[in-house]
Design a protein around this ligand. Structure first.
Ligand code: PLP
Length: 379
């Protein structure tokens, strides 16, 4: 069996260190926020090349509070893409603002910057580009358009810890960057977690208050806030894991490069990585028009795959009230029908990559009965 992700393998590799860190939090009874969270905020902000980090309970809360700090609310519009995890759009909805979609670039799966300006109205307050699958959106044109129209840019970097665009880290380019530490993300907690990173001290102050009941000091509630605090145990686990993140990212990139070369020449569309981006391969999604058959055939060979995501948000029943129709975002809709995520995690071995690629290759180009050919692209 080749799992889609293997969290157990990673735990085994850091077991003693992580257990000691968790035990320390329990002994100090620093269950929520506390010294480990504070230290992790500093360390992760530095990792993102940003001044401030504010730990919160989920990536969704990070997006929600970033929008509130930017002053987004009822009557405002926020532009994002429909080809994302639903949380991006839910966070906009929580503020009372209206999500407005622009299609994706079919090559990168990120915001089509050429479609952005036409979606801006006098109600637009913010743009949320999504760094999908671990590749940053094309940030320079987005930032330029935002400057021109005086809009706030909030990066949804929930899948892009350590990704870079022209040498700049994901989360550091917009006014704020939002991360998730859901267990399956590139940097995952042992539970839920999230963070907003920013260089802006005002946003930092506001988000620190909003995550903890809007309090300036204990019982001095100056804003209508939330209980979105990050737990101490998660801070401690994430601090341990952050030390390994670069190594794990390089392992993902190595696995992706293996898949790329093994699948080259098979006609299977493999992920396009922009040359000016450091793609961190949260997911490795190929495209196929026979997705269900491929997924079933791979599973029959013990290979788990995933679909991220089968329905673009504008066609989800939950957001029917936005009034969008099928056909409005053809690139997002086509991607949703075709993408298939292959197993991807740092501990994936070369041999596992070869087995997966071999199986995919046979689906793409059924091997003639007599042939014992070695995988294409392998010397
Ligand atoms: C995971 C994810 C989120 C939400 O993060 P949670 O921690 O699960 O709340 C938001 N946006 C994207 C693109 C994600 O992948």
């Amino acid at each position: 069996m080749i799992p889609f992700v293997d969290l157990k393998a990673q735990y085994r590799s850091i077991k003693d260190e992580v257990n000691t860190a968790i035990q320390g939090v329990i002994e100090r009874c620093e269950f929520t926020l506390g010294s480990e969270v504070a230290a992790f905020e500093k360390e992760f902000a530095a990792y993102c090349q940003v001044e401030h980090g504010i730990g919160v309970n989920t990536g969704t809360s990070a997006l929600h509070l970033a929008l509130l700090a930017a002053g987004v609310g009822k009557g405002d519009e926020v532009i994002t893409v429909p080809f994302t995890f639903v949380a991006t759009v839910s966070a906009i909805d929580y503020t009372g603002a209206t999500p407005v979609f622009v299609d994706i670039d079919p090559k990168t799966f990120t915001m089509d910057v050429n479609a952005l300006e036409a979606a801006i109205t006098e109600k637009t307050k913010a743009i949320i580009p999504v760094h999908l699958y671990g590749q940053t959106a094309d940030m320079d044109p987005i930032l330029e358009i935002a400057r021109k129209h005086n809009l706030v840019v909030i990066e949804d970097a929930c899948q892009a810890h350590g990704a870079e665009y022209k040498g700049r880290r994901a989360g550091s380019m917009g006014h704020m960057g939002c991360f998730s530490f859901y267990p399956g993300k590139n940097l995952g907690a042992y539970g839920e977690g999230g963070m907003v990173v920013t260089n802006n001290p005002e946003f930092t102050r506001t988000i620190r208050m909003l995550r903890d009941w809007g309090a300036e000091k204990k019982y001095q509630h100056v804003l209508k806030g939330y209980n979105f605090r990050l737990e101490g145990i998660q801070g401690a686990v994430l601090r341990v894991k952050l030390k390994y993140l670069e190594g794990w990212t390089e392992a993902r990139r190595t696995a992706a490069a293996r898949y790329d070369s093994l699948l080259a020449g098979t006609g299977v569309p493999t992920p396009y990585a922009r040359p000016d981006v450091r793609h961190v391969y949260h997911l490795y999604a190929i495209r196929t028009q026979n997705r269900q058959a491929w997924q079933d055939a791979l599973l029959a060979q013990g290979i788990q795959t995933g679909i991220h995501y089968p329905t673009p948000v504008h066609l989800l029943p939950a957001f029917a009230d936005l009034g969008y129709q099928a056909g409005q975002f053809p690139h997002a809709e086509r991607a949703a029908n075709e993408v298939l995520s292959l197993p991807m995690f740092p501990e994936l071995t070369a041999e596992q990559c070869e087995r997966v690629a071999q199986a995919v290759q046979e689906l793409a180009m059924p091997v003639p009965a007599m042939s014992e050919a070695s995988p294409v692209g392998v010397a």
